[in-house]
Write a protein that binds this ligand. Structure first.
Ligand SMILES: Nc1ncnc2c1ncn2[C@@H]1O[C@H](COP(=O)(O)OP(=O)(O)O)[C@@H](O)[C@H]1O
Ligand SMILES: [Mg+2]
Length: 226
């Protein structure tokens, strides 16, 4: 098996706002090694979210190419792309994005609920296992509002792992948390990565968070810089 999970070749994204053109991401080439934890660090506005969304196929690049396990992502149609994301990628966002009216179990299972009869594993067992791994085994039936911010983000990480993704993409996952909770979230993320062998790409403006990664890349004005 090739040890490169994903390749990006000269990815670029331009936005036009009025008469002005913003080059949010410029010629970014990078390789994500299987099982590695890579962080991309850069200040606000440097293009981190745009780049992560391109890599997660949530957004379409203006130019450049993406390969996942050697397959050109732009060769997939919209349905295939949705399947591809569901099968391979888990997303973690800054604002957790849990559903307030659903309990911990339900929030973790929700991405796969519509597909529960097509899965090769038991959805409830998988959700329970993940919730226990993040240390919330006593809180299955709690609502997000009954949890701390750090606990909510750990639930969001369990949700991102529900589909056994090969790649986790995390956008400033600790940006809304204090230092202590940020550390707990990073520990949960790293623990799940080790146990599941998942590849992680995380973007952050925070050097303390980036320092958890095995490799740090820097982004400035949409470009990777050394
Ligand atoms: N939908 C959009 N339309 C126009 N400009 C955008 C859009 N999204 C992002 N940008 C611009 O692209 C640049 C990079 O933004 P972003 O990727 O959100 O940076 P970061 O996540 O590092 O803060 C910024 O100048 C931002 O204003
Ligand atoms: Mg951002």
């Amino acid at each position: 098996m090739n040890d490169i999970l994903m390749e990006c070749w000269q990815l670029g994204k331009d936005y036009s706002s009025g008469t002005r053109m913003v080059r949010a991401v410029k010629d970014v080439s990078l390789w994500l090694k299987r099982g590695y934890f890579t962080a991309i660090m850069g200040p606000s506005g440097s293009g981190k979210t745009t780049l992560l969304n391109l890599i997660g196929t949530l957004d379409v690049p203006t130019h450049g190419k993406l390969f996942f396990e050697g397959v050109a992502v732009d060769s997939l149609n919209d349905d295939q792309l949705a399947d591809f994301r569901r099968e391979n990628i888990g997303f973690v966002f800054q604002l957790f994005n849990l559903i307030p009216s659903l309990n911990v179990m339900e929030n973790v299972m929700i991405p796969l609920l519509p597909f529960r009869n097509e899965l090769s594993f038991d959805l409830e067992e998988r959700a329970k296992e993940l919730i226990e791994m993040i240390g919330l085994g006593e809180r299955f039936d709690h609502l997000p509002g009954e949890l701390s911010g750090g606990e909510q983000q750990r639930v969001a990480i369990a949700r991102a792992m529900i589909n056994h993704p090969k790649l986790i993409l995390a956008d400033e996952p600790t940006g809304n948390l204090d230092t202590g909770m940020g550390k707990e979230v990073m520990n949960s993320l790293k623990q799940l990565k080790e146990e599941q062998g998942t590849t992680i790409l995380l973007v952050t403006h925070d050097v303390n968070i980036a320092s958890h990664a095995s490799e740090i890349l820097n982004i400035k004005d949409g470009m990777l810089v050394s």
